[in-house]
Design a protein. Sequence first.
Length: 232
Amino acid sequence: MATPKKENKEILELFAPLRVADVRDGMDWMMQHKSGSMSPEIRPLWRTCAVGIARTCRYLAYSEEVPQMTPDEYTEWVGDYYGEICTYPWMEDIEEGDFCVIDQSGIDAGLMGSNNTLDGLKKGVCGYVSNGGVRDTDEVILQKIPFWSKLVSQSMVQGRLRYQAKDIKVKVGGVEVEPGDVVVADGDGVIVVPRGIARDVAKYARREYDADKASRHDKYQELGMELDDTVK
């Protein structure tokens, strides 16, 4: 029996060349017409693509009032906030090929930004998706970090978010995501494939991908267009 890491690698190899549209087709062939596709409000920060294994976490709204403090007191309070309230334990578990799926309860706050996205990248993250916000987006784009989100945020998390759980079922963009599901994302958005049908979905998605590629290759030649990597 394959180890989880070996199985992840095998599944990612099946999905690696596929576009979101192909995977959507593969889901349809498995009679999953109404599931998998995240809401169009979940959009990429920049035109890129990624495929990975879902690593999930959830954050909720911070419901307490921020106390009145001096700036120096606030600096200390913020340190405690990150250490005790809005923590990032799921980032300690990241493995090569993970796609971080963040249920941020739709709250407008920059849980992720130019700095901590790099921490995940060092560990092998292939992408992030959130139903909340990401900040420092000019740098995130410059750093070429694949990120899909509902919001672009200015604010930090203190007084806005609190950590709840990791490695659980979450709901992002209207789609329920289990740890270990396959996440595929590109300019068309994000689609999630349940782990149990991933190989079958990839099979039919690849059939559609190959047919489309061959047809487009012929049309490129008929039109005198230079062949690119999408048709070679």
